[in-house]
Write a protein that binds this ligand. Structure first.
Ligand SMILES: CC(C)(COP(=O)(O)OP(=O)(O)OC[C@H]1O[C@@H](n2cnc3c(N)ncnc32)[C@H](O)[C@@H]1OP(=O)(O)O)[C@@H](O)C(=O)NCCC(=O)NCCS
Length: 171
């Protein structure tokens, strides 16, 4: 059974609650070598709050922060999608190294698709799914996304960080 995770939308919190969550994000850690696949979690959350097209979320499990992810509108081409607007871009996704391998990544990726569908229903952006790019040499990332129902849409060579797989999940 997949574990329960909650996505906490930082954009919707008041300043105090946001600060508490950002403090927890600052404690998240990656395993050695994983920095090549994703940025610093606190910086990504702060950048997400600055940019109106991004919605940064803290992944919470068992009552504490376990990771982060961001949904972005109007940017799907960054993952090798043919247009920017028909899909949400999922980016900046990580689970703390001490809690990896417990199904949280898979559960959080599924929750991100559900959250994106709700955003589209609320905001009317017309997206029909979620797209992301994952490094070809990142089997943990690919595995978590496949288990969450994403489908491999092929090779994407447009990233500065090497060959990627474009993966898509419809709502
Ligand atoms: C990618 C990441 C979010 C996955 O999170 P996770 O909580 O460890 O993933 P899950 O436990 O849900 O694993 C789901 C599936 O992924 C696969 N998987 C997980 N870790 C793996 C590894 N080290 N090697 C190969 N496959 C792996 C497995 O198929 C697993 O299913 P299983 O439990 O039935 O074996 C996490 O490894 C991470 O934060 N990595 C660093 C940042 C990163 O790479 N982000 C993605 C950028 S696109």
């Amino acid at each position: 059974m997949s574990p329960d995770v909650w996505l906490i939308p930082l954009r919707d919190l008041d300043a105090d609650a946001r600060a508490i969550h950002l403090g927890a994000v600052a404690e998240l850690e990656l395993a050695p070598g994983q920095q090549e696949f994703v940025g610093d979690p606190l910086r990504m959350m702060l950048a997400g709050l600055e940019d109106g097209s991004r919605r940064p979320y803290v992944v919470e499990a068992g009552g504490r922060a376990a990771g982060v992810l961001t949904l972005q509108s109007g940017a799907a081409r960054l993952a090798g999608w043919p247009d920017d607007d028909s899909a949400w871009l999922l980016r900046g996704f990580l689970i703390d190294r001490r809690r990896q391998g417990q199904g949280l990544g898979q559960a959080a990726a599924s929750a991100a698709v559900a959250a994106a569908a709700k955003l589209t229903a609320r905001l009317g952006g017309g997206q029909t799914g979620v797209v992301l790019s994952v490094n070809q040499s990142n089997p943990a990332g690919q595995g978590a996304y496949l288990k969450a129902g994403f489908v491999d849409k092929g090779l994407y060579l447009g990233s500065e960080t090497g060959p990627q797989r474009t993966m898509y999940a419809p709502f």
